[in-house]
Design a protein around this ligand. Structure first.
Ligand code: SF4
Length: 315
């Protein structure tokens, strides 16, 4: 799974003696094996045990006690010294793409997007689709998504730069595909390469209806907590300050983990999320009161129209 010899070479090149390791939740069961392998090479190991969902949440505090942090699973979203990133790759069989051809062949240009697990195969996927009658392309990487065609739940820059007539998202779930459809306003199809069922066109309608309900609820709020993340790649201070400046009912709250319990204890009537954009869209059902995106807050305050709805992205 992890190219250990390259990692060890890199650690020696940095003259590292004490190494902190951080794995995201889905890969955490591999922590003991990685730590043992590094110890057997003579390194002292510090394990970050806190929850981690992305490279936006680096265990930088572990660096106080280590020479290098090894972050497994993701590509960088911010520039950080003394961090080694080892993205997680999962190969897919490109023949599973056969099911998408009938749905996509009629579009002039189809942009291929995917998550980090499959982004190393984007070129191969585009080539296969072009060989099978789909005019496929892919957009360039961006500062948060360095690989061509790579998307995150907080940025769809590579989809937008493909400037396609339709998009194919390859990966699990439909969240990213819905994000692409909102960010590009183009027909978007999703293919889970490991699931039965083939390709499906996604619609953002259900999500937008739910967001509309939260916006309406928030209109009666007497106070708003502006959530400002303390995480390395989610901290949008300028945005939080701008949102606070829009009304005297708003206060900035510096917070690390946004949980149902924290929001309940803080007791605000509604919150505006400047942390991971997925929180407001994916996790609303967990929260006791509306958690709005920045654009939704502007709609609540009458500064933006519903027709001008925009998905939140981190630049
Ligand atoms: S901000 Fe959210 S979507 Fe973006 S990398 Fe972090 S966890 Fe993923």
């Amino acid at each position: 799974m992890i190219p250990l010899s390259d990692l060890i070479d890199d650690l020696h090149a940095r003259d590292a003696k004490r190494v902190a390791v951080q794995l995201p939740e889905g890969l955490k069961p591999g922590t003991a094996m990685l730590a043992a392998a590094l110890r057997s090479e003579g390194f002292e190991v510090v394990i970050s045990g806190d929850a981690c969902w992305g490279a936006c949440d680096l265990a930088l505090d572990a660096l106080a006690d280590a020479d290098v942090l090894v972050h497994i699973g993701h590509t960088p979203v911010t520039n950080q010294e003394n961090v080694i990133y080892i993205p997680f790759h999962q190969d897919i069989d490109v023949e599973t793409l056969a099911s998408v051809v009938p749905a996509l062949a009629s579009f002039g240009k189809v942009g291929v997007v995917t998550t980090i697990q499959h982004a190393h195969q984007t070129e191969e996927i585009v080539r296969w689709l072009n060989d099978h009658g789909v005019c496929a392309t892919t957009g360039a990487g961006s500062s948060r998504t360095p690989l061509a065609g790579q998307v995150l739940g907080c940025t769809y820059a590579s989809a937008k730069s493909a400037d396609a007539d339709a998009y194919l998202f390859i990966g699990t779930g439909v969240f990213h595909a819905i994000g692409v459809s909102l960010a590009t306003a183009k027909p978007t199809f999703a293919l889970d390469p490991y699931a039965e069922g083939g390709v499906q066109e996604v619609s953002a309608d259900k999500l937008l209806r739910k967001r509309f309900v939260q916006i309406e609820k928030a209109k009666s709020a007497q106070n708003f907590g502006i959530l400002l993340s303390a995480k390395s790649g989610q901290c949008r201070k300028d945005l939080a300050k701008y949102l606070e400046s829009l009304t005297d009912k708003a206060s900035i709250i510096l917070i690390r983990e946004v949980s149902e319990m924290q929001l309940r204890n803080l007791g605000f009537d509604a919150y505006v999320n400047t942390a991971c954009p997925r929180l407001a869209l994916d996790d609303q059902s967990r929260f006791p009161v509306p958690v709005l995106s920045p654009a939704e807050f502007e709609i609540v305050l009458g500064l933006r129209s519903w027709d001008d709805y925009a998905i939140d992205e981190i630049e």
